[in-house]
Design a protein around this ligand. Structure first.
Ligand code: B12
Ligand code: SF4
Length: 468
């Protein structure tokens, strides 16, 4: 099972920490369906070179848009040697015809229903060329094969997903295309999610769910069940879920210490144009205040290049983020992913410039812009990162925090991600990544000020997993 990397992640010169954050959870999930006597290897090219000289019965490749070129190269390599190649993931689902030229079997949508069917077909020698997911459930999910993950190579080995998809529909999001033909949002049972958490060693967790707060009864049960587990955790949620009273307090009480929030834009016309109605008429400032008051740091996500943007958008957005004491920000250039409503709209009006998927990485402009020139958009995007992460900006942001511990936490977290990139590069190359986890935990806990509630006896019986 291979997760190919985009070129940047394997650079001989410089490796950003973001590619050594999370292990390949999707493939480890699929590996859970294999038989005990199947011999399986999980290779993540983001953290180590893949061995292409082996001779397996089956090669399984997960394809993201930015790694599609590399994925097809690896697929072609194995197929030329007569080895069966299965391709799945987001990009395969959006561009099945393209993927079918490189795979013996392709998979559309999530794999929990199609993958076990394929395995039976494959073993019987009658695998089909296409499998399309229609039945969406996370019931009776076998345990994720975390034993296949080399934990030491990741800063956040404990990534976890307890739901799939999202209840909202935004025009630029991968979600509608990926979940077409079935439910677009569903969760595990609370007990199964808690059991998965209990299986994870240490304190820190990172929920990769698109919207952990999306199903209120589920999230309530989860957060109540996590109380007293002594965890420190990070996740993603929407502005409206942050503003609604109740759930956020429960999340913070069981260890939520940083939340990725899709603010996207400060311009309501752009929100309307992208169908992001759940952000309309929401007080962004109040959302940030609520999070900070509960000791939760904010990773704010913004998108530049919507048709309503002009070149004042960069400074406006960055100033707003600094003034509101946002700890980290992720900026993106609007990217129309194939399969989305945005892509369809842009293609219909002849605005898609090319299909060089390598450049669909949210840092390049791949469509004809309206409110500003392409160059202004790309330079403005890089300037926004520089301006937000200047020492002066970090200090200004930190100074908005009322207490010294808060200022220090803000400063260490923001600087830690962006000001020590050569150090991260060295840590990755010397394979010490996981050793930095205690520092991340110390910062998240505000050096003790926001520590989690002490662990109590586990509610469910933990299942031992082999850990490196
Ligand atoms: C974690 C994450 C990352 C991590 C690590 C990814 C990793 N190790 O897998 C990091 C930080 C490195 C990252 C980076 C980027 N990411 Co990212 N990331 C995610 C995130 C939040 C979660 C992925 C995840 O683990 N999901 C949970 C697992 C269980 O699901 P899964 O991986 O999809 O696997 C399931 C199915 O896809 C399927 N499946 C997958 N492969 C196969 C193969 C077969 C044979 C079968 C049967 C089934 C199958 O079955 C699995 C079980 O259901 C997603 C959002 C999302 N919800 O998907 C964005 C997302 C995947 N990222 C995205 C993007 C754009 C990027 C970046 C380009 C962003 C940037 N500007 O830097 C980079 C580059 C990515 C790359 N390597 O090429 C987009 C991808 C769009 C696309 N069409 O491909 C997403 C969807 C975010 C978004 N909303 O736009 N990302
Ligand atoms: S709220 Fe986020 S995850 Fe949900 S559809 Fe919109 S962009 Fe996608």
């Amino acid at each position: 099972m291979i997760l190919p990397a985009l070129t940047e992640a394997t650079s001989p010169y410089f490796r950003p920490i973001k590619y050594s954050l999370f292990p390949p959870l999707g493939l480890a999930t699929l590996a859970g369906y294999l038989d005990d006597d199947d011999d399986v290897e999980l290779q993540d090219e983001h953290v180590e070179p893949v061995a292409l000289d082996d001779d397996p019965d089956l090669v399984v490749i997960q394809v993201y848009i930015t790694s599609a070129r590399r994925a097809y190269q690896i697929a072609d390599h194995y197929r030329a040697r007569g080895i069966f190649v299965a391709l799945g993931g987001l990009h395969v689902t959006s561009c099945p015809d393209e993927a079918a030229r490189h795979g013996d079997a392709i998979f559309m949508g999530p794999g929990e229903d199609t993958w076990p069917v394929f395995l039976r077909d494959f073993r019987a020698g009658r695998a089909k060329p296409t499998y399309t997911s229609t039945k969406r459930t996370l019931e009776h999910l076998p345990p994720v094969r975390r034993d296949l993950i080399r934990r030491s190579l990741y800063l956040v080995p404990n990534s976890i997903v307890v739901s799939r998809g999202c209840p909202h529909v935004c025009d630029f999001c991968y979600k509608e295309a990926f979940f077409e033909g079935g439910k677009g949002f569903y969760t595990q049972s609370v007990d199964a999610a808690l059991a998965e958490i209990e299986r994870l060693p240490g304190r820190h967790l990172y929920f990769l769910d698109d919207h952990l707060f999306g199903d209120r009864p589920f999230a309530t049960g989860l957060f109540e069940g996590m109380r007293g587990m002594g965890r420190l955790w990070q996740a993603a949620g929407t502005v409206s879920s942050v503003l609604r009273p109740g759930l956020l307090e429960k999340a913070a009480a069981c260890g939520l210490r940083s939340l990725f929030v899709g603010f996207e834009t400060l311009n309501p016309d752009s929100l309307r144009a992208q169908g992001k109605h759940q952000n309309l008429r929401r007080d962004y400032g109040e959302a940030v205040r609520r999070l900070h008051d509960l000791g939760v740091m904010v990773n704010a996500s913004f998108v530049f290049g919507m048709d309503e943007d002009d070149d004042s958008v960069f400074e406006r957005t960055v100033s707003w983020a600094i003034e509101h004491g946002i700890e980290t920000a992720t900026f993106h250039i609007l990217t129309p992913y194939p399969g989305t409503a945005l892509f369809a709209r842009m293609e219909a009006s002849g605005r898609i410039l090319h299909r060089n998927w390598d450049l669909y990485d949210t840092r390049h402009v791949v469509y004809r812009t309206k409110g500003m020139e392409t160059e202004a958009l790309e330079t403005g995007y890089w300037r926004a990162y520089r301006d937000f992460y200047r020492w002066g900006s970090i200090l200004r942001g930190a100074s908005t925090k009322p207490r010294w511990a808060g200022k220090l936490r803000h400063f260490s977290y923001a600087a830690g991600w962006k000001k020590f990139e050569p150090l991260w590069d060295w840590i990755i190359r010397t394979r010490r990544t996981v050793r930095m986890l205690p520092f991340l935990e110390a910062i998240l806990s505000g050096f003790g000020e926001h520590g989690s509630t002490p662990p109590r006896e586990p509610r469910l019986h933990p299942v031992a997993v082999p850990i490196e």
